[in-house]
Write a protein that binds this ligand. Sequence first.
Ligand SMILES: NC(=O)c1ccc[n+]([C@@H]2O[C@H](COP(=O)([O-])OP(=O)(O)OC[C@H]3O[C@@H](n4cnc5c(N)ncnc54)[C@H](OP(=O)(O)O)[C@@H]3O)[C@@H](O)[C@H]2O)c1
Length: 347
Amino acid sequence: MSETTYNVAVVGATGAVGQKMLETLEERNFPIKELTLLSSSRSAGLKMTFKGKEYTLQEAKPESFEKIDIALFSAGGSISKQLAPEAVKRGAVVIDNTSAFRMTEGVPLVVPEVNEEDIRNHQGIIANPNCSTIQMVAALEPVRKSLGMKRVIVSTYQAVSGAGNEAADELREQSQSFLNGEELEANILPVKGDKQHYPIAFNALPQIDVFQDNGYTFEEMKMINETKKIMHAPDLSVAATCVRLPFFTSHAESVYVEVEKEGVSVEEIKQLMEEAPGITLEDDPSAQSYPTPLSAAGKRDVFVGRIRKDLDDEKGFHLWVVSDNLLKGAAWNSVQIAERLVANQWL
Ligand SMILES: NC(=O)c1ccc[n+]([C@@H]2O[C@H](COP(=O)([O-])OP(=O)(O)OC[C@H]3O[C@@H](n4cnc5c(N)ncnc54)[C@H](OP(=O)(O)O)[C@@H]3O)[C@@H](O)[C@H]2O)c1
């Protein structure tokens, strides 16, 4: 990495993603000159530690971005819509974790293993895709590139931390209540602010984000639309069903993929996974080896296992894809974009 250092702001530093962002910047020894930690007025004044040094949180305002080179945003879509343009106006490059700009034309939507080159065309904002999309496209891109790809059908098994710290707290409290034989109180999930809330503890909720007019949820539509944008594959057929489950970290996905090439073997797909950057193959039925949300938690890679050929369609394959939603799904992918931005001098 270059010797140059950068003024970095983390917006939403106290959040589930923001905290991982700081951990990742520290672990990767990102070349930071000055670090600015931003939150809402609620947390302003609180202290957080980075590399052994204490930082005081400040309320995020347009002026917070004076002299900032790189701003990592994860404070919700409305904050990004309001403050990201202000940061850009003041000369910062924004890497945004929310859905605010992902489908905006001219805003690169980037998973470095798939479309790093798109970073080059940024006009100030680079969008970090949805967590469940990132891990799926990272695993599927090597297959698409080598074998062609016609159709993807995915069902997700997603962790509560994907809905932020409040959702994780809700699972903790409800689990305790359930074991105590008490009534479960639900105020956050499936979607904070939606009409109905259902318990997540010992349950499964087939709703992530709000419903759209077509009957799909917004999370499902994110997976569908973002996959096509990241892969530059507008004609790829994608269908998704997204489900929230009662564990804290990592999203798991059952992915069905139909390739274009004829006569592909499971071994070929396994080899592609073994050679792909950022992917770890964990696939040995004889040793009961496969990834799980717990085994992937805290790791930066995307883990793939249970690769099988469809029994009826010789071009169809099934994969099990697991990754830490707060790392590759959010903080690590963002820091990786920042690393590529700096290494390629694309600021
Ligand atoms: N969790 C994931 O797996 C994941 C993955 C990819 C993308 N994302 C996206 O990242 C964003 C944050 O998610 P999260 O899970 O980290 O949520 P979270 O745990 O609820 O954290 C929200 C963060 O936003 C800050 N914030 C709230 N209102 C603000 C305001 N008016 N001005 C400045 N900061 C404000 C909060 O600060 P206070 O401490 O002051 O409240 C907190 O730091 C969301 O848009 C989410 O969709 C999340």
